[in-house]
Design a protein around this ligand. Structure first.
Ligand SMILES: [Zn+2]
Length: 188
């Protein structure tokens, strides 16, 4: 898979939020050049640019609000080499976790390109951790200009490296696709 710039993920995330009726308050690109590129890309697509423009400072990459709810989203791209992908993923995860707060209506998000490597890393996040802090995952497809959302109540199957997503507590997928692992889990 080709590399994907973090700025592209940011653009798709903002475009998706606006389409879903969220108001993007701020967005941050990794560099000033990226911030300009993101602003141009959004304007070209007719998407409203965030209220406080696009900057390159500190804080969550995207903050969006709707009816008393708030998204705090961390964005990461897809690097060329697998060890870069690995360290970018865990840095992004760490940043996403740092935005956690005990606040009603808060949704933590981690947005990254939908790819085999990043799904495999995502399958290492335990459902318990994601559920406890309410961490959503946004799978971005820059070619299709689309975003697929994985809620904290859904798990990236650890037995197929996250290729499949299923609801927490549902064993049907494991029984059907991974009978050996199911026997292991069931203690049979
Ligand atoms: Zn599976």
């Amino acid at each position: 898979m080709a590399t994907v710039e973090e700025t592209q993920v940011l653009v798709e995330t903002v475009a998706w939020l606006e389409k879903e009726g969220w108001r993007t308050m701020s967005a941050r690109a990794p560099t000033r050049r990226g911030a300009r590129a993101a602003e141009e890309a959004l304007t070209a697509r007719g998407v409203r640019v965030p209220e406080h423009d696009i900057s390159s400072g500190e804080g969550p990459d995207v903050i969006a609000q709707r009816a008393g709810m708030e998204w705090r989203i961390e964005c990461k791209g897809l690097g060329e080499r697998s060890n870069t992908r690995w360290s970018d993923f865990y840095r992004g995860l760490g940043e996403a976790v740092c935005h956690f707060d005990k606040k009603d209506g808060l949704r933590l998000g981690f947005a990254f390109p939908d790819s085999r490597d990043l799904r495999r890393f995502a399958s290492k996040m335990s459902p318990g951790m994601r559920g406890a802090i309410g961490l959503w995952v946004l799978l971005v497809d820059v070619a299709e200009q689309s975003v697929a959302v994985v809620s904290p109540q859904e798990v990236f199957c650890p037995f197929c490296d996250g290729a499949t997503v299923y609801p927490v507590g549902e064993s049907g997928h494991i029984k059907a696709e991974h009978p050996d692992e199911w026997r292991f889990l069931a203690g049979a």
